[in-house]
Design a protein around this ligand. Sequence first.
Ligand code: GDP
Ligand code: IMO
Ligand code: MG
Length: 424
Amino acid sequence: MKNKVSVLVGLQWGDEGKGKIVDMLSKDFDVVARYQGGANAGHTIIIDGKKTVLHLIPSGIFTKNIICVIGNGTVIDPKALIEEIDLLTKDGVDLSGRLYISKDAHIILPYHKIIDAINESKNDKIGTTKKGIGPTYFDKYARRGIKFSDFEDENVLKDKIKKNLAYLISIFPESEELKALSDTGLFNELKEQYEDIKQYFVQTHYLLNNMISEGKNILLEGAQGALLDVDFGTYPYITSSSPTSGGACTGTGIPPTVINGVIGIVKAYTTRVGEGPFPTELFDDTGKEIARIGVEFGATTGRPRRCGWLDLVALKYAVIINGVTEIALTKSDVLDTFKEIKLCTDYELGGDVINTFPSNPFVLQNVKPVYKTFKGWNKSFNESSKYEDLHVEFKEYVEFIENYVGVKIRYISTGPARKDIIIK
Ligand code: GDP
Ligand code: IMO
Ligand code: MG
């Protein structure tokens, strides 16, 4: 049998439960690699009652013998990385020979976080995580970004930091925080951090492709979600990277020809953190109840997540652009006590009924969801671990989703722990 090279993507606005599913699937893989984003991600894993939130290190790290890779498409704040490594090491997770980071990943410097905060205060608010993600990708595409491989010539690195800082002060002259930075101070701090972590940096594109040649199974872990994608998300209310499956190729150097599966993760309802259109958002008690039972608070920022029903128009769009081959449905247990459960099947827009996802966020803002109402299953999942034994109302809900999007739901997550899973 051919080795498995799969991409795992969030199909909504993030926080679908990717961390849990990656952790659960890891036993079938040799390598788990992140391909985009940075410490804006918060992937929660609960093993034997102990909860860990990972921001940069792939969610396969708790599986014995697995290799974890942070690919070139990510942006890395060395301080956040060191904190995460320290936390895992303190918890007894052995990282030696198990963590590899791309030299080509771009570095988040302190000025990127300052600019993230300035942008949020001056322009239309996006509701970013303020981790410096957007400004770092901005520098990358403006061809002045700094990569870890810049340490191979420290004089060039020093010069880049000096020029970048001077440039930023010239465009944000009123920022006292930027003026308080010095290029030598920035270099020295970065150098000190790099000394702590330099053993992890390699050209991960060679490492990954060699492993594929050796027949190893690779899981590519997306952060965020399709509707936050820089091309396909609700632009400009997006993150600044490509969480969709295409991003897994450019973000790792793994060619599209070897990828043979795309696992899409979807919550049984919808959540969103930050600003931007959200057609099925609920502002009533039902929305509050979903948030309460689902404990919907951001794993990175602690912000309350906006909640609403599952939007099949958006889901089908996400399935198409990612080429999803199988779905993991998470947090279905959160809906256990609801009398009625709704699925959005169409949008009403200016008297028309449409079933495509509009590109313009201001158009999307004005659509009215058309719902199909299902009778709630009103039972917990505790007793059943086989799909066949599940409540008929729940199976109707699952099968309606499958038929609508044209892809099978293979995994049903019924709780936050590793063991809470039904394989269909
Ligand atoms: P990620 O960013 O996609 O990895 O998701 P987060 O970790 O940010 O948010 C998902 C939250 O839901 C976490 O608190 C998980 O522990 C929790 N979770 C994951 N799957 C399930 C599930 O099936 N049921 C319940 N009740 N909680 C879940
Ligand atoms: P995981 O991987 C949910 C959102 C932010 C904001 C927008 C831009 O845990 O699913 P950024 O800091 O990236 O420039 O913010 O994107 N956002 C997320 N929302 N889950 C995430 O990651 C997110 N990462 C960024 O709230 O709306
Ligand atoms: Mg998250």
